[in-house]
Design a protein around this ligand. Structure first.
Ligand SMILES: *Cc1c(COP(=O)(O)O)cnc(C)c1O
Length: 353
């Protein structure tokens, strides 16, 4: 396998001159700043937000670099992981010509982003126990295949994909293998970031939206070779991460005692949910989960889902998704929320069997 990033890149992106600001030329913090048409008086809020934030997010990347053990130059930060996913399409996939491979059932944003960018999707289903079929994936590859999206632990099934299968793709595929690790914090498997030096075609995606409890701030991360990260940085909107987000996440990382506690709590509640669901004879399957949700199979899932909504209990109906017939995906909540869900389910579901 020969990996040549430049031959994957869309030609106009290779030539692109990125946006620059005067603060690329003057990097001091002290001075009379009359370059960016900001409001000199401050903000209408208690906190001052009148200055544009650091477009390189340097301080935040230094801190993330320490907890993730990658170089700051190997980190891209996006307005949610969704931004990284979209930028990958825009950098590498020529609309109407190139294609990407998705492994259903999987996270819905890959498909949406591909469609927005008018990029062909090739689907290679996971097995019935939600594992990769690496040789079938490689059979689906042609000269215009640019990216394979792998999600592990997988959403919506919750399981980890086998590492050997993923490594086979990394070795054999000459395009980019994206490994979406949004749920990495809920299991003890090492991150694929440890493999960055071995695979120049690897891009790992993580997020602050799940374990860190910061979904509202919108901060996603991508880790890859300096080359790939350089391209994402070149085409991102300059101020894609707000100053508020940068400051808040910086403080969260520096004082991160709460994260471990919250993860432990979620794992305990996941076991609680699992044990209680196992007692319910009408639940046909509880798929093993290494994430913060459970996928369950239940007769007449859509009807159950609708009646749960009437009880103001909202879960995710996945029953129309390939290999997830009659399946509901339930996020792990607090003990009180989990009990309310179980109570509502017991009230509704047996009537449907
Ligand atoms: C939740 C989730 C994300 C996170 O997306 P953000 O845009 O960072 O909030 C990414 N990938 C998968 C598979 C997810 O389930």
């Amino acid at each position: 396998m020969q990996f040549k990033l430049n031959s994957l890149l869309r030609p106009h992106i290779a030539k692109l001159q990125p946006y620059t600001s005067a603060r690329d030329e003057y990097t001091g913090k002290i001075g009379v700043f009359l370059d960016a048409n900001e409001n000199p008086y401050g903000s209408v809020t208690d906190q001052d937000y009148n200055r544009y934030p650091d477009p390189y997010q340097s301080e935040l990347k230094e801190e993330i670099s320490l907890i993730k053990q990658v170089k700051p130059s190997q980190i891209f930060l996006g307005n949610g992981s969704d931004e990284a996913i979209d930028l990958l399409f825009r950098a590498f996939c020529n609309p109407g010509k190139d294609n990407v491979i998705l492994l259903p059932p999987t996270y819905g944003m890959y498909e949406v982003s591909a469609s927005i960018n008018d990029v062909e999707i090739r689907r290679v289903a996971l097995t019935s126990d939600f594992q990769l079929q690496p040789n079938k994936v490689l059979d689906a590859v042609d000269d215009n295949t640019k990216i394979i999206f792998v999600c592990t632990p997988n959403n919506p099934s919750g399981n980890k994909l086998k590492r050997d299968d993923i490594e086979l793709l990394l070795r054999k595929f000459k395009g980019i293998v994206v490994i979406d690790e949004a749920y990495i914090d809920f299991n003890d498997e090492p991150s694929f970031t440890t493999e960055l030096d071995n695979f120049p075609n690897l891009l790992v995606i993580q997020t602050f939206s799940k374990a860190w409890g910061l979904a509202s701030l919108r901060l996603g991360m991508a880790f890859g070779s300096e080359e790939i990260i350089g391209i994402l940085n070149k085409i991102k909107p300059p101020y894609n991460i707000s100053g508020l987000t940068q400051e808040t996440v910086l403080a969260a990382i520096r004082n991160n005692k709460k994260v471990k506690k919250m993860i432990e709590g979620i794992l305990k509640e996941r076991s609680f949910m699992q044990e209680n669901l196992e007692k319910l004879t009408f639940v046909q399957n509880i798929f093993p989960s290494q994430a913060n949700f459970l996928l369950i199979k239940i007769p007449h899932a859509t009807e159950v889902y609708n009646e749960l909504i009437e009880q103001k209990v909202i879960v995710r109906n996945r029953s129309k998704v390939l290999l997830c017939e009659d399946c509901l995906r339930i996020s792990v909540g607090t003990r009180k929320e989990n009990e309310e869900f179980l109570k509502a389910l017991v009230k509704i579901a047996p009537k449907k069997v």
